[in-house]
Design a binder for this molecule. Structure first.
Ligand code: C2E
Ligand code: CA
Ligand code: CA
Length: 833
């Protein structure tokens, strides 16, 4: 699944999940808390100038010395307010039971048409309170509040109709009386109230972020005017003692009720949560708030709260889920992600707040949660992908592949069809593609390669990218091992057709190593992968573009090679190399005519390592170039010092071995010339040994280079002659001075007549072509005598001396000079054969 699909899926899932939680009411408390917070952020509109509260305070209670207050006291208050020309008076104090004295007087006051009293409808739990009998219905309003599950009053319950009876709230009655002279009347439709032309749509049970709240009757969300001062307040005693400015009362809606906390007529509002002392507001204050809302809506055109339909809320949540997912998908850096996350949530809060100032209540917490949960989901998926899949090719990575492999191993132990194969693929010369055509092309190539691989394998196996240009394939339930081989064949064939990248054709080949499981063995997945890798390495070694099946023993061989390669690089830096010199002797007079320089590597842990082992690696890795230059310089400077120390005629010579790689170096001739100049040697003293197989590999170029070298008067010799199948037709074209008979012929000379015949033929042939002959590997006096009889000019071998370090070789030359025919100490030489 792509990350894009994941983002969409995760956003849908998280939206669905949170919708479910929300539907069950799981988010309501939090959403309401957010609502309250937004309410508190709104500006305080201050006291409503149309309203006045006559509050019964603790002081009033103390002065009156009586609770409930007597009917007489209340009647006096009403009289005073009427006298001050209050427009409407609301008495938020129950008077269904008489509290003498003054009942008659109170009833008279209450019957005045601008006075409204309360009743309580009650609910399933509480019994209501009946109104005072005998009063006209338009002077009675219910004082019931609807309280949210968290105890906070957020809704203004205005009106209800139960099929028989109509119920007006206290606030509605007061408002209608206040607005009567403006001709505002109440009209009721199934979904809204109309006060004059102003529409009060009744909220549904899931308006805004409510869920299944009791939406009985007609309710609107309260737009609180002020935390405390919804209207001016005066105390009861101030009224009774006429200690008030009549202008405070004139033409106003005056609500009378208790504000003394001790009477416990308290309700929670959105402001309550932040108030430490007396968090509630009194009932009369709340009623004043409700009246204020109704009046403001009609008179001041203050809007009512509005909500989105359910589908818009779902869409809103989903959009934020998508944003969260996309952010995680697009942003890699944790800091960038953190900043973007905080920024997005701030934007969300900002949008909700600014809509709230326009009286829109849209979900805040649910989109924040879908945003966060989707982000977490996508992040987890991404981490999981990173941990188990390759980001470039989307194939399983090494660690996931090892898990598949482990599962295959476990299955193979249970099932009947239990053979499986592991193919390890490596792209030949991928490094060249990458370095010469840029890494971008390299990446595109890998993608195309993996696609071709997938289409080739199909559902036959599992493919993984286990390294830069390394892929592994697991083929399970194979009936015979040849199946794996045929798959390898197919793959190799498929990969020969070129890859087109950026209009460029790229040709490649692959090397494959195959390992099969062995039921009797306790396999570890890593071991199997290593075995297949070993076999692949061997396939590469044997010429690339082929496959090899793993066999026991391959591993140690490969490991040693790898180790040598790393050690070799270090050895050059640490100067662990030095030269040994093996004398070449004239068979005629047994005098030393020269030496062959032989390279030695003293490994700090493993001691001496044979050049037979490390020269091929040095050639493969290109290390032979710097190494060869060092050899040439060291051998030449040694010869130069010997020539001045032991002058003789002809002068001593030095044979230096040249590898195939060195021979194809374009600046070889110039370089040798420089070395000769630097050491003051004559070209005739230096002999380069080129093995027959190297010379025969590319005859024409070899001849060209040889001719160039000959311009420096350098001597040339064909080394290991007889082992390289050189055709006689070529031999005469090689401008060489010497043939070195391979020591295998020399050593068998005494044993078989054939070998003796070969040696004789080589000597005759070289003489015919004007070359002289050195016999390698002379170990006995018999061999020496035989060679002498055949007319061979020179001999080299343990019979004369093992290769010696420079000190021992100097000693040997000295003894020859003084005429003492001292035998060289055999212990000085080091035998690598
Ligand atoms: P090569 O050029 O044929 O060198 C002769 C090898 O035969 C040397 O082995 C030498 O120690 C060994 N040898 C000499 N006399 C006898 C004998 O009487 N009996 C036996 N059994 N062996 C004898 P070494 O030094 O191990 O060198 C092996 C090969 O490594 C050389 O074969 C040469 O191909 C390569 N090599 C050595 N030094 C260099 C070098 O400086 N550059 C290059 N390119 N290759 C080198
Ligand atoms: Ca040699
Ligand atoms: Ca040789």
């Amino acid at each position: 699944m792509s990350i894009k699909q994941t983002v969409i899926l995760a956003s849908m899932m998280m939206t669905g999940l949170l919708l479910g939680i929300r539907q069950l009411g799981g988010l309501q408390i939090l959403e309401l808390a957010a609502f309250d917070h937004l309410v508190r952020l709104q500006a305080d509109a201050g006291p409503d100038p149309r309203l006045l509260i006559v509050g019964i305070t603790e002081d009033d209670l103390q002065q009156q010395q009586q609770w409930p207050l007597s009917d007489l006291t209340l009647a006096q208050v009403l009289q005073k307010l009427q006298k001050a020309q209050a427009k409407v008076i609301g008495l938020d104090i129950y008077r269904n039971i008489p509290h003498p004295p003054g009942r008659e007087m109170l009833l008279k006051e209450l019957q005045k048409p601008n006075v409204v009293t309360i009743t309580n409808l009650g609910d399933a739990k509480t019994q209501g309170v009946a109104p005072i009998s005998g009063l006209p219905p338009e002077q009675i309003g219910f004082n019931d509040f609807v309280v949210d599950p968290d105890g906070v009053v957020r809704r203004n319950f205005i009106y209800a109709y139960d099929g028989e009876e109509k119920f007006y709230s206290f606030a509605l009655r007061l408002s209608l009386k206040y607005l009567a002279n403006r001709g505002v009347t109440l009209k009721v439709t199934p979904d809204a109230l109309y006060l004059g032309k102003t529409r009060f749509p009744a909220i549904s049970s899931d308006a805004g972020s409510y869920h299944n709240v009791d939406s009985t009757g007609y309710q609107v969300l309260i737009a609180y005017r002020s935390a405390e001062n919804v209207a001016q307040k005066i105390s009861l005693n101030d009224i009774l003692q006429d200690k008030f400015d009549p202008n405070l009362v004139k033409n106003k809606v005056v609500l009378i009720g208790t504000v003394a906390p001790s009477l416990k007529d308290l309700f929670f509002t959105p402001y309550s949560a932040t108030k430490s002392t007396s968090p509630g507001v009194s009932g009369v204050t709340l009623h004043t708030q409700l009246v204020s809302q109704i009046l403001s809506t009609i008179v001041d055109d203050r809007p009512l709260f509005w909500f989105w339909p359910e589908w818009a809320e779902i869409l809103w949540m989903w959009v934020w889920a998508l944003i969260g997912g996309i952010l995680v998908w697009r942003l890699q850096h944790p800091l960038a992600l953190g900043i973007a996350g905080i920024f997005s949530l701030t934007v969300l809060c900002g949008i909700c707040l600014s809509i709230f100032t326009q009286y829109g209540w849209i979900p805040l917490l649910p989109p924040a949660l879908t945003f966060l949960t989707t982000a977490v989901c996508v992040m987890a998926y991404k981490q999981w992908q990173i941990a188990l899949y390759d980001s470039l090719t989307r194939l399983p990575n090494r660690s996931l592949f090892l898990k598949y492999l482990q599962a295959a191993i476990n299955r193979s132990k249970l099932g009947r069809n239990n053979c499986f194969a592991l193919l390890f693929l490596d792209i030949d010369r991928f490094k060249v593609i990458n370095e010469s055509l840029t890494h971008y092309v390299g990446d595109q190539f890998l993608i195309n390669f993996s696609q071709r691989l997938s289409s080739c394998i199909g559902c036959k196996g599992i493919i993984a990218r286990v390294g830069g240009d390394e892929f592994a394939i697991l083929l399970e339930n194979i009936s015979e091992t040849s199946f794996a081989n045929s798959i390898a064949d197919q793959l190799q064939k498929q990969m020969t057709s070129p890859f087109k990248i950026n209009g460029q054709e790229i040709f490649t080949s692959i090397s494959i190593g195959i390992a099969f499981n062995q039921i009797q063995l306790e396999h570890q997945p890593e071991d199997m992968l290593r075995d297949a890798h070993t076999a692949m390495y061997l396939a590469k070694d044997l010429g690339k573009a082929r496959h090899e099946v793993f066999a026991v023993g391959m591993h140690t061989q490969v490991v040693r090679r790898f180790q040598l390669e790393t050690d070799l690089r270090r050895a050059i830096l640490q100067q662990e190399f030095f030269l040994y010199y093996q004398p070449i002797v004239s068979l005629e007079n047994h005098q030393i005519v020269g030496f062959e320089a032989l390279l030695r590597w003293k490994h700090p842990q493993n001691g001496f390592i044979s050049p037979v082992e490390f020269i091929p690696i040095a050639e493969e890795t290109g290390l032979i170039i710097p190494l060869g230059q060092w050899i040439l310089e060291a051998a030449c400077s040694q010869l130069s010092s010997w020539q001045s120390q032991f002058p003789q005629e002809p002068p001593l010579m030095m044979s230096v071995n040249i590898s195939g790689q060195q021979l194809s170096q374009p600046d070889l001739v110039e370089y040798i010339q420089k070395v000769l100049q630097k050491t003051g040697l004559d070209g005739t003293s230096l002999k380069l040994e080129i093995t027959e197989s190297v010379a025969m590999k590319n005859v024409e170029t070899a001849i060209t280079i040889m001719l160039q070298l000959r311009t420096l008067n350098i001597r040339l010799s064909i080394d290991d002659f007889g082992t390289g199948y050189s055709s006689l037709s070529y031999l005469h074209r090689f401008p060489v001075n010497t043939l070195k008979i391979d020591r295998s012929f020399v050593s068998r000379m005494g044993e078989t007549n054939e070998d003796a015949a070969i040696v004789r033929t080589i000597i005759m042939l070289s003489h015919t072509l004007g070359m002289n002959v050195i016999a390698e590997g002379v170990e006995t006096i018999t061999q020496q005598d035989q060679l002498q009889l055949l007319g061979c000019e020179y001999g080299q071998g343990y019979f004369y001396s093992q290769p010696l370090d420079s000190e021992a070789a100097t000693k040997l030359l000295k003894s020859q000079c003084t005429g003492k025919n001292e035998e060289p100490e055999m212990g000085d030489g080091v035998d690598f054969s």
